[in-house]
Design a protein around this ligand. Structure first.
Ligand code: NAD
Length: 471
C-alpha cells in the first residue's frame, strides 16, 4: 500500500490512492456522530501534544510569530473541532419539514449524507488552519479526504503529512505533497467534492477541472476587500482594528482590509491614529518595527519583489507615503506601509495586495464609496466603520460581498455560527461550522408515504378534468 505521505507520486499512485478511499466512503456513509467525533478528538489531541512543532514549522516557513500561530493557526482549528463535537449529533439528525396541503398524509425530511471522496487543496498563507479546518468539516460530514497542502510552506506541509499519517490510514485521509503538477493530476480524478482555497485565477482552473467530472466545489478565493471609514467613525477605534486586521500575518490574509475608503473629513485624524496604533502594537519600546517579535515576514522572494515593486509603482505614479515604505530583501521584511493619493492605474489598486501595504482613497459622500466598491469584482469581505445605523445598513443593502463586518474587521472568521466565504469572484460556497459540514454533505430530501394511502390519485391518468383542479 502507498505511504500516507506521498511526495514522489505519479498519476497511477494517485489513482490507486483514490480508489483505496472508495470503500471508506461507502462505510463512512453510515458512520455515527460518535465515530466521527472520535476522529476529531484524535486530531485535537495530536495538536495539543505538538503545539511547539506547529509553531516551529510556521516560524521556519515565514517567520510567523508564535503568538500569531497560536491565535490564527491553532485556535481556529481547535475552535472548529470543539464546535463540531458539540453540534454534530444535531447536524446529523434528519430535519423534518412541514407538509404542503396536497401532500397531506406524507412526511418529508432532509437527510445529510456524506458527499464521499473529497479533495482539499490549501494555500500557503495560513497553511495549517486552511488545511485542517476544511478537513474537520469533511470528517464531520463523514467524507474520506486527500489533502494537498501548499508547496510554498514546506515545513508546515511536512508536519501536516506526519500528523495525518500518525492518525489515519491512507484509505481514510491521505496527504499528497507537491505543487501545481500534483494539484492538476489530482484534479483529474472524479472526486465527489473539491474544497479549494486559493486565488481566483486558480479557482477558475479548479472549477473547469471539476466540471469534467461534475464534482461539486467549494471555492474559498480572495480579492480586494474594502474598508469604509465613514464621517462619524471613531478614528481611534477604527485605526486600532484596521491596523491589526491589516498587519496580522504581515498582511498575507485573504480577508485583510485590502484598501481603505475614508470620508475626506476623517483622513488626517485616521492617519495620525493609525500611526499611533502601529507604534503601540509593533514598536512599543521604540526599538524599530523590524525587531518586533509580532511581525511576520513575506513568504518568499517572488512575493517580496512583487510587493516592493507595488510600492515603487505607486510612488512613481503620484502616491504619497503616510507611513513606512522601507524593506529588507535579506530578511524579506516590509515595513507596514500606508499610501495616500492612490489611483486606479496603480498596481496596488488593481490586484489583491496580500502584503503589508494599505492604500487609502478618500470620498465625499457614502454613495461615492458604494459606487466604487460596486465597480470592482465582489469582495470576500467588506468592512464599515461608523456609528450611524442607517449608513451601515445602506452599505449592507447596496453592496455585495461574501461577508461584512460593522465596526471591526477580520473578526468574523472566528464566529463559528456564521457562514464564511466569498461570492462569485471571491468564492463559491461557504465554510465553518454547520456551513462547512453542509459543504461536504448532500442534502437528501426524503419523502415518506404511507402504504395504502392514495391521496394523490389526482396526479394519475386518466387525467380528465382532474389535472385542472390542481392549479
Ligand atoms: P494559489 O491559488 O496560488 O494556490 C493555492 C493552491 O493551489 C496551492 O496548493 C497550489 O499548489 C495550487 N495551485 C497553484 N496553481 C495551480 C494551478 N495552476 N493548477 C492547480 N493547482 C494550483 O494561492 P496561494 O498563493 O497559495 O494563496 C493566496 C490566495 O489565496 C489569495 O488570493 C488569497 O486571498 C486566497 N485565500 C483565500 C482564503 C479564503 O478563505 N477565501 C484563505 C486564504 C487565502
Amino acid at each position: 500500500m502507498l505511504n500516507h505521505s506521498i511526495s514522489e507520486q505519479n498519476n497511477t499512485d494517485l489513482e490507486h490512492l483514490f480508489k483505496s478511499q472508495l470503500l471508506t466512503s461507502t462505510l463512512w456513509r453510515s458512520s455515527s456522530a460518535d465515530d466521527r467525533i472520535a476522529r476529531l478528538k484524535k486530531i485535537r489531541t495530536w495538536i495539543k501534544d505538538h503545539q511547539q512543532e506547529i509553531r516551529n514549522a510556521l516560524k521556519n516557513d515565514f517567520g510567523k510569530p508564535e503568538s500569531e500561530t497560536d491565535l490564527s493557526e491553532i485556535f481556529p482549528v481547535t475552535a472548529e473541532i470543539n464546535h463540531s463535537i458539540k453540534k454534530l449529533h444535531k447536524w446529523m439528525t434528519p430535519k423534518s419539514v412541514s407538509t404542503p396541503l396536497p401532500m397531506l398524509g406524507t412526511s418529508g425530511s432532509i437527510y445529510h449524507e456524506p458527499k464521499g471522496r473529497s479533495l482539499i487543496i490549501a494555500p500557503w498563507n495560513y497553511p495549517f488552519n486552511l488545511s485542517i479546518g476544511p478537513l474537520i468539516s469533511a470528517l464531520s460530514a463523514g467524507c474520506p479526504v486527500i489533502l494537498k497542502p501548499s508547496e510554498m510552506t514546506p515545513h508546515t506541509s511536512e508536519l501536516i503529512s506526519k500528523m495525518i499519517s500518525e492518525l489515519f490510514a491512507p484509505k481514510e485521509v491521505a496527504v499528497v505533497l507537491g505543487g501545481i503538477e500534483t494539484s492538476q493530476a489530482l484534479l483529474k480524478l472524479p472526486f465527489d467534492h473539491i474544497f479549494f482555497t486559493g486565488s481566483p485565477t486558480v479557482g477558475k482552473i479548479v472549477m473547469k477541472a471539476a466540471a469534467e467530472n461534475l464534482s461539486s466545489v467549494t471555492l474559498e478565493l480572495g480579492g480586494k476587500s474594502p474598508a469604509i471609514v465613514d464621517e462619524d467613525a471613531d478614528c481611534k477605534d477604527a485605526a486600532e482594528k484596521l491596523i491589526w486586521g491589516k498587519y496580522v500575518n504581515c498582511g498575507q490574509t485573504c480577508i485583510a482590509p485590502d484598501y481603505l475608503l475614508v470620508h475626506e473629513s476623517k483622513l488626517e485624524n485616521l492617519f495620525s491614529e493609525m500611526k499611533v496604533a502601529i507604534q503601540k502594537m509593533y514598536d512599543p519600546d521604540f526599538k524599530g518595527i523590524e525587531k518586533s517579535p509580532d511581525m511576520a515576514r513575506i513568504v518568499n522572494d517572488k512575493h517580496f519583489n512583487r510587493l516592493t515593486e507595488n510600492i515603487e509603482d505607486a510612488l512613481s505614479k503620484g502616491a504619497q507615503l503616510v507611513f513606512g515604505g522601507n524593506s529588507d530583501q535579506h530578511t524579506r521584511y516590509i515595513e507596514p506601509t500606508i499610501l495616500r493619493n492612490v489611483s486606479d492605474e496603480m498596481q496596488v489598486m488593481e490586484e489583491e495586495i496580500f502584503g503589508p501595504i494599505l492604500p487609502v482613497k478618500s470620498y465625499t459622500s457614502l454613495g461615492e464609496a458604494i459606487d466604487y466598491v460596486n465597480s470592482k469584482p465582489k469582495p470576500l469581505a467588506l468592512y464599515f466603520f461608523g456609528v450611524n445605523a442607517e449608513q451601515s445598513s445602506k452599505v449592507l443593502r447596496e453592496t455585495s460581498s461574501g461577508n461584512a463586518v460593522i465596526n471591526d474587521c477580520v473578526l468574523h472568521y472566528l464566529h463559528m455560527e456564521l457562514p464564511f466565504g466569498g461570492v462569485n469572484n471571491s468564492g463559491i460556497g461557504k465554510a465553518h461550522g454547520y456551513h462547512g459540514f453542509l459543504a461536504f454533505s448532500n442534502e437528501k430530501g426524503v419523502l415518506k408515504q404511507r402504504v395504502g394511502l392514495n391521496n394523490v390519485t389526482l396526479l394519475r391518468p386518466p387525467y380528465g378534468i382532474k389535472a385542472k383542479q390542481i392549479i
